[in-house]
Ligand binder design. Structure first.
Ligand SMILES: N[C@@H](CCC(=O)N[C@@H](CS)C(=O)NCC(=O)O)C(=O)O
Length: 210
């Protein structure tokens, strides 16, 4: 095996951030798109916890946390300083909030039917705004990206989750007046990096065409 193999799921925000980091670092990799309902035995053998992304390196090492994959990719090739800028305390705090409380609230907002007891969808949406989105909007009102004037790993670590949050109710999100956050989100949605990360793998030609 010459290239890393990434077990991935196209719409998973954790897998998106890993793919974006690999692409940004210019690392060629093979992607194995999985079904979350029917995970490949080979992937579970490498990482029994059963989450994507999982990356198998040519030397046999396995990395099965998205932030670790990002670090591995960007440390290997970080001419643009994407990993280094994301180590600022302000960026690390935002990524921690994103992966912790914000993700929990996002799940409750996105899948209210899975959390029938307790507070309702609007409550979790409002809490998610207080928990992360206001801080993001303030940070992005001062500078173009989370780590300064240039993009960094914190931007691509958080962007897929904000995208998912907006997708629950785009009209509501767009009416909230998060101008800086919306500008940043739009920039990433329209970026070449995101387009490449979402490209469906070309179907292999049939071995015996009809
Ligand atoms: N902490 C892990 C979380 C990854 C994760 O939870 N991925 C989800 C998909 S978005 C998953 O694989 N869930 C397992 C499942 O749905 O069975 C990481 O950062 O890589």
């Amino acid at each position: 095996m010459q290239r890393p193999l990434l077990y991935t799921y196209r719409r998973c925000p954790y897998a998106m951030r890993a793919r974006m980091a690999l692409l940004q670092a210019g690392i060629e990799f093979d992607a194995h798109e999985i079904s979350l309902r029917d995970k490949p035995a080979a992937m579970l053998e490498l990482s029994p916890k059963g989450t994507v992304p999982v990356m198998l390196l040519p030397d046999g090492r396995v990395i099965d946390e998205s932030l670790d994959i990002m670090r591995w990719a960007l440390e290997a090739s970080d001419e643009g300083g994407w990993w280094q800028r994301a180590q600022a305390a302000s960026c690390r705090v935002l990524v921690d909030i994103n992966d912790g409380p914000f993700k929990q609230l996002l799940d409750r907002y996105k899948y209210p039917e899975r959390h029938p007891s307790g507070e309702g969808q609007a409550f979790h949406r409002a809490e998610a705004v207080k928990c992360l989105l206001i801080a993001l909007d303030h940070a992005l009102g001062r500078q173009a990206f989370l780590g300064g004037d240039e993009p960094c790993a914190a931007d691509i670590a958080i962007f897929p989750f904000v995208r998912q949050f907006r997708a629950v109710d785009e009209a509501w999100f767009d009416a909230q007046g998060f101008h800086a956050l919306q500008r940043w989100l739009r920039g990433w949605l329209e970026s070449e990096l995101f387009e490449r990360c979402m490209k469906k793998p070309a179907k292999a030609p049939a071995a015996n065409p009809p």
